[in-house]
Ligand binder design. Structure first.
Ligand code: ATP
Ligand code: MG
Length: 593
């Protein structure tokens, strides 16, 4: 392209906390409109389109069909699935002129299922996989990191429909392979990890994570990587629990041992451990939570967990089947006759549901709160609450680095990651809710089962930059650069311009993705912009070219410069292109490789 809109900036934007955000603004790829809202400028759009094309090619290869659905969806569809009430404020809701409520689609399970129920009538038409690449809205509570977490973004979202699990598994694996190929082609190394299935329901799910310091997700992996999981999903495995020997403890024997002890100013587990000079593992932590349910019920629950472990809210929420769980307020403590910092399960004024975390599965005695300021009980045994307490052990503890790997191979280490994609086995939740049936072989109507598969395009683009930059700017992988090659001229005369134009035309005719920066600016400014925007290959034509036909070729990534004669230039550029493609992550050939 001859000339283009450059909107580069000299200074870092004030609100950028991460490099990709900073560089996207400085390179003139995006511009901010408001919180979590970004304009995509022509230079940025070219990259985004390249990512889109890679995604489209790979998803089409799996046999999926591309659609485009309205972004605005009648609220009735979301009410039908039950998510209208569950989704909370992340769901944009708007009323139209007829006073009807609508939502701006944050995802499209409801809409696609509703549509497909009109299109598909027989098992013979299954499996089918449908997708779109389209705008999504989510009123994120904390939009941040530029387009990594924005309120409007583009997603490739696909939904597959199946007659049985085997067919779903097959498509799931095909999509898994497509994802691995997509990310490799954009230059990203991804780790697929097991993910929480939470409110979406469903049986299996993996997130595609790019390891990064700025990642909002925590991944737990063992050394051989035979176990890979999101921290949200990782069960905690204990080596030091004697889980089968509880019958030995008799209530009568232990009740007499219970002793109230004065423990002034020991609201926290650490201060109590210091005061008593005991390991936090010997102290029972009592946590009070409020659970909110979709039928408007609110429940106070008490969680007993070993002093050295943290409660994991998502596990608690999933176990309770709640929409939301929040730490209890001071008044909740008062209501049950307890005291903040000194709570415990004994002698409460009002009974609450008590949840025993796996970590308390031991025969040993504990110190626990006495529900009175500055007092604890020593020699507490869970059997004092219920004979059957050990039958209700639940894992609500946050898995952390150093825990045993749940697959039995070594211990876990933790790394941060950015989630760029997500694949999910949904089951029949949506086909049931949206009343989608097809006739099976014996002409009986059944609900198909589904899978869903998402990739955030803008987040992927930002993540590519997060992984590929230096102090001069972005270093694009050649596959997703706005232009593969930039031609910078240092022309002084009209003749030189004509000569450059000829070279430019020759390269365009040879099919290169080439931008000629023909702005009338000092060479230094153009060089800086070329490096900031990060075109993989830079061609410079100056004095040497006009005198002896030699073009300077510089590789952005290595900084290496060579001079190539005009006659070899086309061949040499093909060779360099191929070399840069070879340097990308290897294309996987099977879903599990
Ligand atoms: P997160 O946990 O980061 O909020 P999510 O689990 O809500 O992500 P999905 O609903 O699985 O995400 O959406 C699929 C993909 O859409 C994500 O993998 C991510 O690439 C992208 N995505 C989700 N939310 C945003 C957002 N607010 N801004 C940009 N991209 C997003
Ligand atoms: Mg989200």
């Amino acid at each position: 392209m001859k000339g283009f809109l450059f909107s580069t900036r000299r200074h870092d934007p004030q609100d950028a906390q991460v490099d990709s955000h900073r560089l996207m603004i400085r390179a003139g790829l995006i511009e901010k409109l408001g919180a979590g809202l970004y304009h995509i400028l022509p230079m940025g759009l070219r990259s985004l389109r390249k990512i889109e094309n890679i995604i489209r090619q790979e998803i089409d290869r799996t046999g999926a069909y591309e659609f485009e659905l309205p972004i605005l969806v009648p609220a009735s569809l979301w009410q039908k699935s039950g998510r209208y009430d569950i989704m909370g404020k992340e769901l944009f809701r708007i009323k139209d002129r007829h006073d009807n409520w609508n939502v701006l689609g944050p995802t499209h399970e409801e809409t696609f299922t509703d549509l497909l129920s009109n299109l598909i009538k027989s098992y013979k038409e299954l499996p089918i996989n449908v997708y779109q690449i389209h705008t999504k809205f989510r009123d994120e509570i904390r939009p941040r990191y530029g387009v990594i977490r924005s309120r409007e973004f583009i997603m490739k979202d696909a939904y597959s429909f199946h007659i049985d699990q085997e067919s779903l598994n097959q498509t799931y694996q095909d999509m898994r392979l497509a994802y691995r190929r997509i990310f490799a082609r954009t230059g990203l190394e991804t780790i697929p990890v097991e993910a929480d299935t939470g409110a979406m329901g469903g049986s299996g799910s993996e997130e595609f994570m790019v390891p990064s310091q700025i990642g909002e997700e925590t991944l737990l992996l063992n050394e051989s990587r035979s176990y890979r999981s999101n921290q949200e999903k990782t069960p905690v495995v204990y080596s030091d629990l004697n889980v089968d020997d509880f019958s030995k403890i008799n209530i009568q024997d232990v009740e007499n041992q219970l002793k109230k002890i004065h423990t002034p100013s020991t609201q926290t587990i650490d201060s109590l451990a210091t005061f008593l000079n005991r390991d936090t593992k010997k102290l029972l932590k009592t946590i009070l939570y409020r659970a909110y349910y979709s039928d408007q019920q609110i429940e106070t629950v008490m969680i007993l967990i070993r002093g050295d472990r943290q409660l994991h809210e998502i596990k608690l929420k999933n176990y309770l089947g709640a929409i939301e769980v929040l730490p209890a307020s001071n008044s909740d403590f008062e209501n049950i006759g307890s005291a903040v910092g000194f709570a415990g399960p004994l002698h409460l004024k009002k009974q609450v549901r008590i949840i025993f975390d796996m970590s308390v599965a031991t025969n040993e005695k504990w110190v626990t709160g006495a529900n009175q300021v500055d007092y604890h009980y020593d020699n507490f045994y869970p059997v004092m609450i219920s004979q059957d307490w050990h039958k209700q052990l639940i894992d609500v503890s946050l898995a952390v680095e150093g825990d045993l790997s749940p697959d039995g191979n070594g211990v876990l280490m933790s790394i941060k990651g950015i989630e760029v994609g997500h694949i999910f086995k949904l089951g029949d939740k949506y086909t049931k809710a949206m009343s989608m049936t097809v006739l099976n072989e014996s002409q009986k109507p059944i609900h198909p089962i589904m899978g869903c598969y998402g990739i955030g395009l803008n987040r992927t683009m930002a993540t590519v930059i997060e992984q590929n930059f230096d102090d001069k700017g972005i270093v694009w992988p050649i596959t997703v650069a706005p232009f593969e090659i930039v031609l910078v001229d240092i022309c002084k005369t009209g003749d030189e311009r004509i000569r450059t134009e000829k070279l430019y035309q020759q390269l365009i005719d040879a099919g290169f993705d080439l931008l000629w920066d023909n702005r009338d600016l000092r060479p230094g400014v153009k060089f800086n912009d070329a490096e900031l925007i990060g075109f993989p290959i830079r061609l410079t034509v100056g004095k040497t070219f006009f005198e002896s036909g030699k073009v300077e070729v510089m590789i952005r990534k290595s900084g290496k410069k060579t001079e190539i004669g005009e006659t070899q230039l086309v061949d040499e550029l093909h060779r360099i292109r191929e070399q840069l493609i070879k340097e990308l992550p290897k294309l996987p050939t099977s879903a599990t490789s």
